[in-house]
Write a protein that binds this ligand. Structure first.
Ligand code: SF4
Length: 361
């Protein structure tokens, strides 16, 4: 266990208190914050705008980074999967997904996950532990530095999605703190409007999330149109069922800003939740609750052993989408990215395989 303080986890106020406690003027906190987050420097030694004796003090008491990159894989579609390790040797996975107009980084909020979604590989790991705010922020810094170079400008800005390993709302405090640190203008400057958090349905936290002043977008993983099936696919449904989840979604809808919508994610599993009847029930469910500012993201299941589910056929996915649309529901098909390197949705399980293409450092 590392004894040194992880400064990447500190808000500006906490950093100001820290520098005063080590006998330094408060303004040094600003320089350190910039060095960590805007310039994305990997060590205090590289913060050459700080006096040498301060850098020495910082090296003694604190550290910039705690995660190490174990392996990096690149997909034929340009997606990169980073397998990292915490100081206590636990896996953390982060995925970089480039498109022509923007980049998206999918980060993890926990090492492993305690929820037992039946179609998800991460579930097989169980919960190893919550990630700290610093470990969440550091994932983004590592990926940006790796893709663009240390501190280099990112060409299109960065979108974040909290859809990697773990249930973000079971690590709420650290998540919100990390997002707040990342939103600072003289830091990473990734504002909440560029962030989407995905929950499997931790109902009380959906209410809490709705009340946040600076709130990211929300996606709720649904994946079944009735309790019987959802109990099986996503056992969290036994704790908060579809009625309770939709009541929270309705409350959340009232908090939406002008032009904003929220999302239900629906993973399509061949022959399990993808029939015409399922599509009709799903549309009826949404219409019954009068949710109007919602869209459905259909996600083709990504096969990965030892999961026994198979993906839906292309034709059935199209039929499913058409049925939803015919009943007035906005549905989109999410293109799977990085399937070949186990970076796609539901595939994150710290898989490290010699036959996958690793990127040289
Ligand atoms: S789908 Fe998400 S919430 Fe469910 S087990 Fe996997 S990581 Fe956890």
């Amino acid at each position: 266990m590392s004894e040194k303080i992880h400064l990447t986890a500190f808000t500006k106020d906490e950093l100001a208190e820290f520098v005063q406690n080590i006998g330094e003027p408060k303004y040094r906190a600003k320089q350190i914050f910039k060095g960590l987050h805007e310039r994305r420097l990997p060590s205090f030694d590289e913060m050459t705008d700080l006096p040498k004796n301060l850098r020495e003090k910082l090296n003694e008491a604190a550290q910039v980074s705690t995660l190490t990159v174990e392996s990096r894989y690149v997909s034929v579609d340009g997606t990169r999967r980073f397998l990292m390790k915490t100081h206590d040797n636990l896996p953390v996975e982060t995925v970089f997904i480039p498109t022509e107009s923007r980049d998206t980084i999918c980060f993890s909020s926990q090492s492993g996950c305690p929820l037992k979604c039946d179609f998800c590989l991460t579930a097989k790991l169980g919960l190893l532990r919550n990630l700290t705010a610093g470990e969440i922020v550091e994932q983004i810094i590592i990926v940006l530095n790796d893709v663009y170079g240390i501190g280099a400008e990112t060409p299109h800005g960065t979108n974040l999605v909290g859809m990697g390993a773990g249930e973000p709302f079971l690590n709420f405090e650290n998540l919100i703190k990390a997002l707040s640190i990342m939103s600072e203008e003289d830091g990473l400057f990734i504002v909440p409007n560029r962030v989407t958090i995905s929950t499997a349905g931790i109902v009380p936290k959906i209410y809490e999330f709705a009340k946040l002043e600076k709130r990211p977008h929300l996606a709720i993983s649904l994946s079944a149109p009735n309790d019987e099936l959802r109990d099986k696919l996503m056992p969290i449904n036994k704790r908060w069922n579809i009625e309770e989840l939709f009541a929270a979604a309705k409350d959340f809808e009232r908090s939406l800003r002008k032009g904003e919508r929220f999302t239900f994610e629906y993973v399509l599993l061949g022959g399990v939740n993808d029939t015409d009847e399922h599509a009709r029930s799903l549309a009826d469910l949404l219409n019954k609750h009068g949710l109007t500012r919602v869209k459905i993201n259909l996600i083709a299941h990504n096969s990965a052993e030892p999961l026994e589910y198979r993906p839906s056929s292309r034709e059935q996915i199209e039929r499913f989408k058409k049925i939803l649309e015919s009943k007035g529901v906005d549905a989109y098909l999410r293109t799977p990215r990085g399937r070949d390197i186990y970076a796609a949705c539901g595939q994150l399980a710290a898989k490290s395989e010699p036959n996958l293409i690793q990127i040289g450092r």
